[in-house]
Design a protein around this ligand. Structure first.
Ligand SMILES: Cc1cc2nc3c(=O)[nH]c(=O)nc-3n(C[C@H](O)[C@H](O)[C@H](O)COP(=O)(O)OP(=O)(O)OC[C@H]3O[C@@H](n4cnc5c(N)ncnc54)[C@H](O)[C@@H]3O)c2cc1C
Ligand code: FES
Length: 280
């Protein structure tokens, strides 16, 4: 990758940014196209997050949902209306200013993943951080072996990035399977929890890296299934969420047994995550 000379935002002081475009994805999630001011570029890796300031409401960590775009001031955030700050963000209009710190965290070890088959497993809002890595891998399709994307939502109305899901379903160079926990009258697809997609799926565990992102309860069952299929604990990656404040290993808010989820994570191998009490 060419050297990127454009400076990144500060990590301890928010830089100004603008909401360029806002799209409603579901009743609870919106996709925000953000543009940094002052000639700055985010230069993030898949799996990293930023800390968003919504003026008057404070700060919240949000994963970058778009693939890396070195030197560009633009990136995307997919945000669920979950509480006071995120609700405030959802009420803002295009052109509104916000603050950005980051990017933070380790992200996925992208170069190490090359040459492997990749099994993406996204549950609900877990597709938001994983989308960055999925799009990155699809943009470099020839560098990866077989790519499989599994997606599960609670119901059809909660399916995120629907147009992209349709694209994945048509793309002959990848395998895409999705399911919903509960269908509706119009839904003709699979019904069942995400682990049902793993049953009968042909994978080569020793050549495959799994990248998993979803609600905490999903990890337990997905990991059990992957281990039973012969995956090694060091080849299962997952993104963990803790309450965060500084985002850079200073305040201790996200710390578990000396491990800072904001700095040493949020992406962990299951081999390491299983040693963190209450992390899973
Ligand atoms: C590394 C990281 C990446 C994240 N990426 C995204 C993302 O891409 N999109 C997105 O919508 N959200 C993401 N989140 C979660 C997001 O930060 C919280 O939803 C947000 O901080 C809630 O703030 P609020 O003021 O709106 O809600 P509050 O009013 O503070 O809380 C509302 C509810 O959300 C819960 N909550 C608050 N913080 C968290 C948290 N860190 N993890 C889980 N539950 C929480 C509270 O317990 C409460 O039930 C991420 C969190 C982390 C740590
Ligand atoms: S959020 Fe402050 S140390 Fe991790």
């Amino acid at each position: 990758m060419p050297e990127v000379l454009v400076p990144a935002p500060m990590i301890d002081v928010p830089v100004m940014a603008k909401l360029r475009k806002i799209r409603t994805l579901t009743a609870r999630e919106k996709l925000f196209d953000v543009e940094l001011s002052g000639g700055l570029a985010l230069n993030h890796k898949p799996g990293q997050f930023v800390i968003v300031s919504v003026f008057g409401s404070g700060e919240a960590p949000i994963s970058v949902s778009s693939p890396p775009n070195p030197g560009s001031p633009s990136f995307q955030l997919c945000v669920r209306d979950a509480g006071s700050l995120t609700h405030h963000l959802h009420t803002l209009s295009e052109g509104s200013p916000i603050g950005i710190r980051g990017p933070f965290g380790n992200g996925f070890p992208v170069e190490d993943l090359e040459g492997n088959d990749i099994l993406f497993i996204a549950g609900g809002l877990g597709l938001a951080p994983l989308r960055s890595l999925i799009r990155h891998a699809l943009e470099r399709r020839s560098r990866f072996g077989e790519i499989t994307i599994l997606f599960g939502a609670r119901n059809p109305a909660e399916r995120l990035f629907r147009e992209e899901l349709e694209e994945y379903a048509k793309d002959k160079t990848i395998r895409f399977l999705e399911t919903v926990d509960v269908g509706d009258d119009a839904w003709t697809g699979r019904i069942g929890v995400i682990t049902t997609l793993l049953k009968g799926l042909e994978v080569r565990p020793r050549n495959t890296v799994a990248a998993v992102c979803g609600p905490p309860v999903m990890y337990k069952f997905v990991v059990l299934e992957l281990l039973s299929r012969g995956f090694l604990e060091g080849r299962i990656y997952m993104s963990l969420e803790r309450r965060m404040c500084c985002g850079m290993g200073k305040c201790g808010q996200c710390q578990i047994n000396g491990v800072y989820v904001c700095k040493n994570g949020p992406v962990f191998r299951y081999l390491d995550a299983k040693r963190l009490p209450e992390a899973l």
